[in-house]
Design a protein around this ligand. Structure first.
Ligand SMILES: Nc1ncnc2c1ncn2[C@@H]1O[C@H](COP(=O)(O)OP(=O)(O)OP(=O)(O)O)[C@@H](O)[C@H]1O
Length: 253
C-alpha cells in the first residue's frame, strides 16, 4: 500500500500541494486529474522524491520513504516514467532494456558482462521488447527512435525494473494517434496483473474513464474529490473545477 499523509509543499508563499492524504492499494489504477497548475505533477514529485516535502509523509508498505531521495525510493519499489530521461540514447533499444533487466536481477550495470550464462535474463529482455512492440527495432539506437517509440521503450525499461508502484505522468503526450493504443494496452496489461499499484496523471478524460478504477481530483493543491470514475466525473466539483462548466451551464448545453 502506498500512502501519503498530509503531504504538503510550499514554494515561497504558494502552497502547491496542500495536506493531501490518500492511500493507493495494489491492483488498482488511480487517475489523478485536475486543471493546469492544480498540483498533480508536484504531487508525483513529492511521492517519487524529486522534491522535498514541506510537511507530511510518504510511506510504502508501512516504510516511511519521506527521508529518502529519489534513487532510494526507486529501490524501495516506486517506478516512474520520466519523459525519456531514463533512456541511454547512445545504446540500442535492446541494451537499454537489458540493463534494466540486469539491474533488477542484481547483476549490476556492466554492459560488457558475458550474458550467455544468463539466458533467463536475455529471454526476459526479449519478452519486454515484445510487450512494448519494439522487438523489430531492438538494434536501433534509442536516440534514433521516433518519439512514440522512445516513450514505449521507457515503459519497457520501467516494466523490466518490476517496481511495485508505476507512476505515469501523461504517458501518451506527444504520441501519434496510432501509437496511443500501444501504451494504453501496456498500462492495461500492468493493471491486469492485479498486484501493481498504478498512478496515472492524465488530461484525456476518455483515457481516464477507460483505465481507472478510481479518480482523485486535485484543485489548488487540495484533494477535492475521490471515488469511482463515473461518480467523480459527474460530480459538480469536477464539472466546475476541471471541465470549467458550472452545473447551470451544463443544463443549458
Ligand atoms: N519548483 C517550483 N517552484 C515554484 N512553483 C512551482 C514549482 N513547481 C510547481 N510550481 C507551481 O505549483 C503549482 C502546481 O504545479 P504542477 O505542475 O504540479 O501542476 P499540474 O497539476 O501538474 O499542472 P499541469 O496539468 O499543467 O501539468 C503551479 O502553480 C506551479 O506553478
Amino acid at each position: 500500500m502506498l500512502e501519503t499523509r498530509d503531504l504538503t509543499v510550499r514554494f515561497g508563499g504558494h502552497v502547491a500541494v496542500n495536506a493531501v492524504s490518500c492511500a493507493f492499494a495494489p491492483g488498482t489504477l488511480t487517475a489523478i486529474v485536475g486543471p493546469n497548475g492544480a498540483g498533480k505533477t508536484t504531487y508525483f514529485n513529492l511521492i517519487s522524491g524529486q522534491i522535498k516535502v514541506s510537511a507530511g509523509r510518504v510511506a510504502l508498505n508501512g516504510q516511511d520513504l519521506t527521508p529518502l531521495g529519489a534513487a532510494a525510493r526507486a529501490q524501495a519499489g516506486l517506478g516512474r516514467a520520466f519523459q525519456l530521461t531514463n533512456l541511454f540514447p547512445q545504446l540500442s533499444v535492446r541494451e537499454n532494456v537489458r540493463l534494466a533487466v540486469q539491474a533488477r536481477a542484481g547483476a549490476g550495470l556492466n554492459l560488457w558482462r558475458i550474458w550467455s550464462d544468463r539466458r533467463d535474463l536475455l529471454e526476459k529482455t526479449d519478452r519486454v521488447l515484445e510487450a512494448v512492440a519494439l522487438a523489430d527495432k531492438r538494434d536501433a539506437l534509442a536516440a534514433s527512435l521516433p518519439h512514440g517509440d522512445q516513450r514505449k521503450l521507457e515503459v519497457g525499461i520501467l516494466m523490466a525494473l518490476e517496481p511495485q508502484v508505476f507512476m505515469f505522468d501523461e504517458p501518451t503526450a506527444g504520441m501519434s494517434v496510432d501509437e496511443v493504443p500501444v501504451i494504453l494496452n501496456l498500462i492495461r496489461q500492468l493493471k491486469n496483473d492485479k498486484t501493481k499499484t498504478i498512478l496515472l496523471v492524465e488530461h484525456k478524460m476518455d483515457v481516464v474513464r477507460e483505465l481507472s478504477d478510481r479518480i482523485i481530483v486535485l484543485h489548488n493543491g487540495e484533494l477535492v474529490a475521490d471515488g469511482e470514475p463515473e461518480t467523480v466525473i459527474a460530480s459538480p466539483v469536477v464539472q466546475q473545477a476541471y471541465l470549467g462548466i458550472s452545473p447551470e451551464e451544463k443544463e443549458a448545453v
